[in-house]
Design a protein around this ligand. Structure first.
Ligand code: ADP
Ligand code: MG
Length: 568
């Protein structure tokens, strides 16, 4: 972001002012945080401190070390449509600042008690201005270093109707906190801190890289497990960022951030493109972590479509949405999936990195676990050492390890094992196909038949031997050989339809369905030796934490969790 020169604040001429999107600038506490951070960034701040109390309704204070406002212009800054950033209508399409319309400070002063203390480099002290109901109630001078502090108290007290909608202070704090983190992601060089009710809730160090900020938000392990996005799109535009792989997901969309020219914003078309690209890879109701950083020429961006600046319009929206979907599919399709530790206990933490050659599992009823090797073993996700205790509900394997105990979903574990075998195209050295006693004839819809026919060589390579049998019919002679006692023949129709999907991800979906149909069901008793084999094979997979559809397959009850729950 370019540092705005110290241009004077001027009132916009009426023909410019009337082009500004009308409506409520300050919708909720997070809008205040947005406007004040925008102002600080526009002033060239390197450090911004945000303080929020009582969900922002009690107090919001934003301090920056930017260039400040000259003493004789401070009052003018609180007039409507008075700005140092925009002069003529055309400036709207060559903006290098986040603010542009001179509405934030006056709108804020109308709905709260506002105090500003600001000092420029050449002033001998700071200028203080306090406003109530939009009127100046105090002018003065006070000591301050270069920069600006805006304090907002009793937000919406003059508008009781608005207050009624904002009863839950905690929810407002969360939203404000989320926005501050998004600004940190958008401006990695910035040192941003957030104090929530007196406690330091977040701090970015100004490392200068997106990776650095991601580690500060999600922890280094999750940050390292994220996949890089990089895609040139239309001329002069670039798209970068990170997305989570298939093994890391969240129950809501709050971890998706879109940054356009330094603005954390919402955009429906891009959000939809992201979700669509993930659909084949994540179970329903799960959402990726994503930070999408888009740069477009200012002439292709209209930030003036929403009074609270939370949405933007892109000139080449469809094209950029497609580039995003493509980049996501490529990143997901070409990167081996790695599970990452999670702060909830539904995915086991990756703590052990053992050489692949070493057995990671104690035998059932055997001597138990051994200590993990710590010398520089290959970095691959490995199962913790564990000892099988028993089968629970004929569906789950109960095992214990040094870090607590684990429940492993037998069906999903087997799915993962079979899926990776299919992916590698090996079926344990056995001939790839297993002939059916009686070949089966199956019929597909005309459009499915055409695409299936093209894909028959791929199916053959899997051991699914199938040929066109006239018209829309196909003759299946053999099914893939898989180490399983489940019969996949009843599901052949469904599998062939999967193989005929018009989707780019048809291969992965077919393999996932095949693995699902062949995997040992829940509600099947397992012998200790069978459970041991299952866990040993699972330990040999690349992603032992998630089934091929992305659902977790191991629950970890850590020592800490047990101690907390039992109050030991
Ligand atoms: P806008 O940002 O759209 O110009 P605002 O009402 O937010 O409108 O601010 C009005 C003017 O006050 C800005 O144009 C800028 O010159 C000045 N200003 C506001 N906040 C700051 C700040 N933190 N540091 C320096 N100048 C500021
Ligand atoms: Mg502003």
């Amino acid at each position: 972001m370019e540092v705005a020169p110290l241009a004077p604040i001027l009132r916009l001429p009426p023909e410019v002012a009337e082009r500004i999107a009308a409506g409520e600038v300050i919708e909720r506490p997070a809008s205040v945080v947005r406007e004040l951070i925008d102002n600080a960034i526009d002033a060239g701040a390197t450090e911004i401190r945000v303080e929020v109390r009582g969900g922002g309704l009690e107090l919001i204070r934003v301090s920056d070390d930017g260039h400040g406002i000259p003493a004789d212009q401070v009052e003018l800054a609180f007039e409507r449509h008075a700005t140092s950033k925009l002069r003529v209508v055309d400036d709207l399409f060559r903006l290098h600042t986040l603010g542009f319309r001179g509405e934030a400070l006056p709108s804020l002063a109308a709905v709260a008690e506002v105090t500003m203390l600001t000092r420029t480099d050449d002033a001998s002290s700071g200028t203080l201005l306090a406003l109530r109901a939009g009127e100046v109630v105090r002018r003065g001078r006070a000591a301050r270093q270069r920069g600006t502090t805006v304090t907002v108290r009793h937000l919406f007290h003059p508008v009781p109707a608005r207050l009624k909608f904002l009863s839950a202070g905690r929810a407002e704090s969360l939203l404000a906190g989320q926005l501050v983190r998004r600004y940190a992601l958008a401006h990695p060089r910035l040192r941003l801190s957030l104090l929530l009710d007196g406690h330091l809730a977040f701090q970015s160090s100004g490392s200068g890289t997106l990776d650095g900020v991601l580690a500060e938000i999600y922890g280094p392990a999750v940050a390292a497990a994220l996949l890089r996005l990089d895609a040139p799109c239309s001329e002069g535009a670039s798209l970068s960022g990170v997305i989570s792989g298939r093994a890391v997901s969240r129950a809501n969309r709050q971890h998706q951030t879109l940054i356009v020219n330094g603005r954390p914003v919402a955009n429906r078309a891009l959000a939809a493109a992201l979700e669509r690209a993930y659909r084949p890879f994540l179970p329903r109701g799960r959402h990726p972590i994503a930070v999408v950083v888009l740069h477009v020429p200012p002439s292709e961006l209209d930030p003036n479509v929403h009074p609270a600046k939370s949405e933007i319009k892109l000139l080449r929206e469809t094209e950029i949405a497609e580039a995003l979907a493509r980049a996501v599919r490529e990143a997901l399709g070409s990167t081996p999936v790695r599970p990452a530790p999670s702060d909830d206990f539904s995915l086991w933490p990756v703590q052990y990195h053992l050489p692949a050659s070493r057995s990671r599992l104690g035998e059932a009823g055997g001597p138990g676990w051994e200590a993990a090797d710590t010398e520089a073993p290959p970095l691959r996700a490995a199962l913790p050492l564990m000892r099988i205790v028993s089968q629970v509900r004929r569906s789950l394997i109960l095992a214990e390890g040094m870090q607590g105990f684990y429940l492993i979903d037998q069906h999903r574990a087997h799915e993962r094992i079979l899926y990776e075998r299919l992916l590698r195209g090996t079926a344990g050295g056995q001939p790839p196909g297993q002939s059916l006693l009686e070949p089966l004839v199956l019929e597909l819809k005309p459009h499915q038949a055409a695409s299936l026919e093209e894909r028959l060589p791929f199916l053959e390579g899997l051991g699914l031997s199938c040929e066109r049998f006239g018209g829309r019919s196909f003759l299946v002679r053999a099914v893939p050989w898989l180490p399983t006692s489940e019969n996949v023949a009843p599901y052949l129709q469904e599998l062939l339809e999967e193989a005929a999907l018009p989707d780019d991800a048809w291969r992965e979906r077919l393999l996932a369905s095949l693995a699902c149909r062949a995997a040992v069901r829940r509600n099947r008793p397992l012998l200790p030796a069978e459970m041991a084999e299952l866990l040993r094979d699972l330990a040999g997979t690349d992603i032992p934490a998630a089934c091929p559809h992305g659902s977790p397959l191991i629950l970890h009850f850590s020592e800490q969790f047990l101690a907390r729950q039992f109050e030991w």
